[in-house]
Design a protein around this ligand. Structure first.
Ligand code: PLP
Length: 374
């Protein structure tokens, strides 16, 4: 097969005139900050995932941080899986907590409940459960022996039915290569009214929405005077992490595209499952296919990555385990992650791919194994 002229990225967002129009409308409205689009996005997102409350923020990482701050989590032990992005280990450290990283299940690569049980300490008050690649984490099993707070990391599971419904709160990512990208952005969802009311003011230094304060016309406003209600009083130490209308407009547009986008990702998953060489171990089924994380023999993985790169196919590894980074190194053993991560390779999977692109990947992966086995 002829080598293509352009790189096929491993992940890529997709947009069309609808996002351009959505952003243009916000630009023309004269209100770019947090306003009606954010409110609409929060409402529609909460309805989609079946949560009582949704708070739009600048990223999933910022969202996780605000949950810690609202709960007052400091100097506690936080358990999270080693196959994950740095957020789940770093946010506990930002908050003066210990990052107690545990091993994963060999099939799903999700947090291993048995290892959580073994790793509990008297200071274990919070578990972060990541729905890895969109596969739901075993939260019910963890609940059967752990009565602390469970934060469900839904960065890869937007939207898998049931995602976000098992944890005490969930955090979602709209970062540029996620299934509902806005460039950067995130959402916190929860059914807990008290938690919602604590998080909300933290998104902007404890100040109530400027948008609602601009809405007064001739009548007396919140401060008892007509005009823009400029006065406010701050009684909590807050941060700056709210989403703005320009971002929310893209989110609302991407949300409409989500069903078709996910259908296409699942189509790529089923073609890879059906057509790839038998030496490629298929990943656990996922509804969102945030990553098609195949596994191949460890001694061939890096050769395959280079071989595909020569054919202009970019791949990745999700993830190098967190316990292997110097900043989050642990003293214990990780037999599953240590063996499995060396076999991981994420193949291109996104809505900008065509049938020909899928065939191209299948052809060159299979060619690699046919050549190396002959
Ligand atoms: C599992 C996981 N959690 C959290 C994040 C952080 O998301 P964000 O980039 O929106 O902060 C990511 C990003 O890739 C992720 O993969």
């Amino acid at each position: 097969m002829e080598i293509r002229k352009q790189v096929l990225p491993v992940s890529q967002p997709f947009s069309d005139h609808e996002e351009v129009e959505a952003v243009r409308q916000v630009l023309d409205s004269g209100w770019w900050g947090k306003g009606p689009k954010v409110e609409q996005f929060e409402k529609e997102f909460a309805a989609m995932v079946g949560a009582k409350y949704a708070i739009a923020v600048t990223s999933a990482s910022a969202g996780q941080d605000l949950v810690f701050k609202a709960l007052g989590m400091k100097d506690i032990d936080v358990i999270s899986p080693t196959i994950s992005f740095m957020t789940t280990a770093a946010v506990p450290l930002w908050n003066g907590c210990t990052s107690n990283i545990v091993d994963v299940d060999p099939v799903s690569l999700n947090i291993d409940p048995q290892d959580v049980k073994k790793s509990l300490t008297p200071k274990s008050k919070l578990v972060i459960a990541v729905n890895n690649a969109g596969v739901l984490a075993p939260i019910e099993e963890i609940r059967s022996f752990f009565d602390g707070f469970i934060l469900e990391d839904c960065a890869h599971s937007c939207y898998t039915p049931g995602a976000g419904s098992k944890g005490d709160a969930a955090v979602w990512s709209f970062q540029a290569v996620k299934t509902m990208p806005t460039g950067d952005g995130g959402m916190i969802t929860t059914n807990d009214t008290e938690l919602y009311e604590k998080i909300l003011p933290l998104t902007w230094f404890g100040i109530s929405s400027t948008y609602s304060r601009t809405k007064s016309s001739g009548e007396a406003n919140l401060s008892g005077r007509p005009g823009y209600s400029w006065d406010y009083e701050i009684d909590v130490l807050g941060y700056k992490a709210y989403m703005i209308d320009l971002t929310a407009a893209i989110g609302l547009s991407q949300m409409k595209k989500l069903p078709a986008n996910l259908k296409w990702r699942r189509h790529i998953q089923s073609r890879y499952n059906a057509e790839l060489h038998p030496s490629v171990q298929r990943p656990a089924h996922t509804e969102t296919v945030q990553y098609y994380g195949a596994r191949v023999p460890a001694k061939k993985r890096d050769m395959l990555i280079s071989f595909l790169a020569e054919k202009l196919i970019h791949t990745s590894v999700h993830y190098k385990p967190l316990h292997l980074h110097p900043i989050t190194r642990q003293s214990r053993k990780f037999p599953v992650a240590d063996a499995e991560w060396l076999r991981l390779i994420s193949l291109p999977c996104h809505s900008a791919m065509s049938e020909e692109d899928i065939s191209y990947v299948v052809y060159w992966v299979n060619e690699f194994f046919n050549q190396s086995e002959s």
